[in-house]
Design a protein around this ligand. Sequence first.
Ligand code: CU
Length: 314
Amino acid sequence: MTSGGIRRSFAAWAGLAFALFGGAVQAAPHPWQLNMERGASTWSQVPYHLNNISLGVCVVIGVLVFGAMFIAMFRFRKSRGAVAETWSHNTKLEIVWTTIPVLILIVLAYLATGGLTSWADTTGSQMTVKVTGYQWKWRYDYISYHGKPIEKVGFMSKLDKLSNETRQLDSGMNPYAVKVGNQNTYLLNVDKPLVVPINTKIRFLITGGDVIHSWWVPALGWKLDAIPGIINAAWTNIKTPGTYRGQCAELCGQDHGFMPIVVVAKSKADFAKWLAEQEAKSARPAAATAAATPAAAAAKTLQLAAVPSKAKQG
Ligand SMILES: [Cu+2]
């Protein structure tokens, strides 16, 4: 292969690696970001630190094992006149190199189990939101807030218009031009985001309406499968107001890549205002219809009254 060819194939592989690990997959990566993000919730620090600790342990083990291997290979090579020892095992050494890894694994398992149990514990939640995955959009239903049931606030959240138009074959539109502020939001924006308050323990009930999806917002530190017939639960408590983006993380069909997630975290006061607006909006159409068309309402009553007699005939 010529040097130009090598350079081209390297660029192609680097491009592929970026597309897989650095681009859309991470939802909101920074250029040259290597580590996980710290996230924006109280719990997202847990996987961040667990990852750092395990990575540290792996690096130390890697340096020791490869160090010993390279010393053995270069310092004690045949050409330097090294003669192999004849003993075949050493009980004391074997006890040491079995005990140390077992202790390391116990410590890591202890830390990971603590992290998982704190993540699964939704007790004391101040708010509940039901999340349903559909091919290929999300539905959010607000169930309760501070112990009070929320009436009829729920909506579908799907890919934003600009991303959707851009993604069409032969659209001729530039994916890099899909932006919100300075951030490229191609395939990472929705028409209606999930709005939540900060400093509130929010319980998510996650399920699927058709096939298995997975609700993943990296800034929250977890992802959870949305499985039809099963309700999975997890919680978050977001510390800073902002917009957090994510994606469906379970291959769910041809448009799996086109069902992003956007969570907008607002201050409690702003959220209360937003919620009141939504409740007013959902209350208005029903009241308006009943008042405006008494004839239609009467017809509906008539229809309902007719149903039982029809059932009797059958
Ligand atoms: Cu999906």
